[in-house]
Design a protein around this ligand. Structure first.
Ligand SMILES: NC(=O)c1ccc[n+]([C@@H]2O[C@H](COP(=O)([O-])OP(=O)(O)OC[C@H]3O[C@@H](n4cnc5c(N)ncnc54)[C@H](O)[C@@H]3O)[C@@H](O)[C@H]2O)c1
Length: 386
């Protein structure tokens, strides 16, 4: 790839989320160029490629024979991530993988080792830490808006999904939302990364995890029944290198609540929805006087002021557009490779997020509290976040 040329990317896995990635591709003109798409399900491949007018590869080998593709975007089911990522790495391609990078820490570490040996770069979703909302909150933390941060809370409760009308959730190219996968991969593996990545970028590597998980509703009313239902609730406390403690709760049982709160000695930052890059960041100062305490008791906190977004023209989703720029992580990886710098979401970061996620979903696999062995170098904020 010549300097200044858009990076050729190919999508593998043309399912539900692929439509959202595809919709965001146009936001990265000049950085990313789609060379084609592949899915091992012929019906999916045809539906997706004809919906978007994209070239459909004949096979994974056909894709890997195409030298114009420098980067594979792995959007397959979590259980296929390792196989597809390994194939692409072996063929000398950089890979951006949907989360989780692997189903276990060991699998993620194997992929990092393979990428290093092949001299390619590997990065993983989610990339909401690169979004305007997370960058605004992080910038506020850096400039001391809440003083010294002591505690952070993330709620990733998704409501009782199995009682929701999810069979009517259809992506643009006609893929129904893959509920069975969600119930068997587990809401923690699917969602914890949206909080871990943001907190880890702000507070550094996690050193210890104390977690609990459980399957509270085994029968998710699927037909046929689920052979391997995953825990549908988890809660864990993360101790970061710098002393901050975070509590992360995941469930598909408790009512929808995606609040993230960053609590410092002088106040609290709140993000309502980490799945929306435009979600406002609000600051509540710690209550001091009697009136402040009364308001806290009555309204759950002092009056909130809105922190100005750090980007002049922030990303706006909604009205038929995704609320997250799914392709931003891919563009970040491609730009890093093109300019020879380290990607913000690098291999070490992806392995670390996988390790902490596995500890949250499967605490029984680790000692308690579990000592995290992976680490990562500090991440730079986005250039526009100062
Ligand atoms: N569904 C969502 O809302 C959502 C949101 C964000 C991220 N994700 C993540 O995106 C990934 C994909 O999720 P999805 O919802 O699109 O699932 P999906 O089941 O709708 O799509 C996955 C696609 O991958 C294909 N596939 C599986 N193994 C393959 C292989 N070896 N080679 C080629 N194609 C293969 C399947 O045929 C299927 O079309 C998952 O990692 C998930 O965690 C999903």
């Amino acid at each position: 790839m010549a300097t200044g040329e858009a990076t050729g990317i190919a999508i593998v896995g043309c399912g539900y989320v692929a439509d959202y990635y595809r919709q965001c591709l146009g936001l990265h003109d000049g950085v990313l160029r789609l060379t084609g798409v592949w899915d091992h399900d012929p019906a999916r491949l045809t539906a997706f490629s004809s919906c978007w007018g994209d070239r459909a590869y004949r096979s994974m080998d056909d894709l890997l024979d195409d030298r114009s593709c420098a980067l594979v975007v792995n959007l397959t089911t979590p259980e296929s991530h390792a196989e597809v990522t390994a194939q692409a790495i072996a063929a000398g391609r950089h890979v951006y993988s949907e989360k989780p990078l692997g189903m276990t820490l060991a699998e993620a570490e194997r992929m990092r080792a393979a990428a290093r040996e092949a001299g390619v770069r590997l990065s993983a979703a989610p990339c909401n830490v690169l979004g305007e909302s997370a960058q605004t909150a992080w910038s506020a933390v850096r400039r001391g808006a809440v003083g010294r941060v002591a505690l952070a809370y993330a709620e990733l409760d998704d409501g009782m999904i199995h009682r929701a009308d999810y069979r009517s959730w259809i992506s643009r190219s006609g893929r129904p939302w893959p509920a069975r996968g969600e119930f068997e991969t587990g809401c923690t593996f699917e969602h914890a990364g949206y909080a871990i990545t943001v907190f880890a970028a702000m507070f550094g590597p996690v050193r210890r995890v104390t977690a609990f998980s459980s399957l509270l509703i085994a029968d998710k009313r699927t037909d046929p029944p689920l052979p391997h239902p995953a825990p549908d609730f988890s809660v864990g406390c993360l101790e970061f290198d710098g002393g901050v403690v975070a509590r992360i709760t995941n469930s598909i049982v408790a009512p929808y609540d995606h609040r993230m709160r960053i609590i410092g000695e002088d106040g609290t930052l709140e993000i309502k929805e980490p799945w929306d890059y435009a979600s406002p960041v609000r600051l509540r100062k710690a209550a001091q006087g009697r009136l402040g305490r009364l308001m806290e008791r009555r309204f759950g906190g002092a009056l909130a002021s809105r922190i100005a977004p750090v980007r002049a023209t922030p990303f706006r989703g909604g009205r038929g557009k995704p609320t997250m720029d799914f392709m931003r992580g891919v563009a970040e990886l491609a730009s890093a490779v093109a300019s020879g710098r380290n990607p913000r979401l690098d291999e070490d970061f992806a392995v670390h997020v996988t390790e902490v996620t596995e500890m949250l979903q499967h605490p029984e696999r680790f000692e308690r509290p579990a000592t995290v062995r992976s680490s990562f170098a500090p991440i730079a904020p986005m250039d526009w976040a100062g």
